[in-house]
Design a binder for this molecule. Sequence first.
Ligand SMILES: C[S@@+](CC[C@H](N)C(=O)[O-])C[C@H]1O[C@@H](n2cnc3c(N)ncnc32)[C@H](O)[C@@H]1O
Length: 377
Amino acid sequence: MEYQLYATCPNELTDLLAREIVSIGGRDVRTDYRVVYFSASKEIAYKAHLSLRMASRICRILKEIPAQSPRIIFDKARKIRFHELFDATLPVAINVFAANDGGKISNDLIGSKLREAINDCFKYYLKKTPNRSSWNAPIGITGYYNHRRLLVSVDTSFESLHRRGFRVEGHPAPLKETLAAALLTVCEYDGTMPFYDPMCGSGTIAIEAAQIAINRAPLIHRQKGGFGLEYLHDFDPRLWQKIRKQLMADERNSKVRIFASDIQSQYVDISRQTVKNAKLVNMISIEKKDFFKTEKPAEHGLLIANIPYGLRLNDTQISKEYLRALGDKLKNSYKGWRCGILAPVSAPLKEVGLKPLRQVPFLNGTVPVKLLVFDIY
Ligand SMILES: C[S@@+](CC[C@H](N)C(=O)[O-])C[C@H]1O[C@@H](n2cnc3c(N)ncnc32)[C@H](O)[C@@H]1O
């Protein structure tokens, strides 16, 4: 059985995610706006849910239907055999999103046509009225409306995949785990060298680095019932357990040292608790330190710093002097290290005074940012 799937992610991540999907055995991989399409056996599809580091959601395509009018949407969608996919008792959420040039029918109207089609299907085949609630629904039916066509899918992730399940709240500007994984990928981090985040906030990047170092599938500890695919009629619990066990067996011991620090003791506490929840205490050491007073913790390694900006601080506070001091610190104290600096594009980044090896744009929430990568000699 080959599934047609797509994984969603921010648009800047599609190429990186496509490579990740190829690396776990996905086939026919193709990128589009904010999605990566692929096909996969059930085994690879299960693996994708547990091990992709940069995917936000994974959806299984049910059917692509013409969508010239609400009537046509209903007529075509009611032919999808929803009753063979999930149980009538389960709450179903319906999400519709449209490409910029999607068409003239509103997302709400498309959503209500999909809901009618699901109801009609269960009534016709099973003489049952399906659950009408969409609250905390493990079944997500997604419609993607583009060029007067509607791609109808079932979202098999349930909760977004960036939620690894161990974050401690309290930091005002944590990165999404999927973005942290992308930063490490852009810096070519393979988990064999020391890693240091000297402005770690809640510890997101250090934790992703540690998970790479021990080859841990990032969603392996999500609780039973935490994925949408577990609620579908074709869910194969034996295969699921087999894949989980394989992934756990693939985890390796690592002597690689991961360091994190922050100038604020309350964020050091948050990071420590998050690292504890992630069961990575033995790998990651966290200290309270001012970056400008640090020394490199090993001869060679990778440093990534998501410098402060945004929610609380005005971007303009990233002054020329601050960036000059940052560049000087890297030059003077981090010889032999690769250093990635994530900063808003609006900052005067030339002032760092180092020639970047590469510069990669991202969106951090709504803030356009850039990862500048430097090799310090
Ligand atoms: C944008 S936040 C980092 C968020 C982090 N990437 C996460 O995912 O939670 C920037 C952090 O830098 C810290 N910071 C600011 N100036 C610092 C300095 N001179 N030395 C060390 N940390 C600093 C702040 O306390 C803040 O937690």
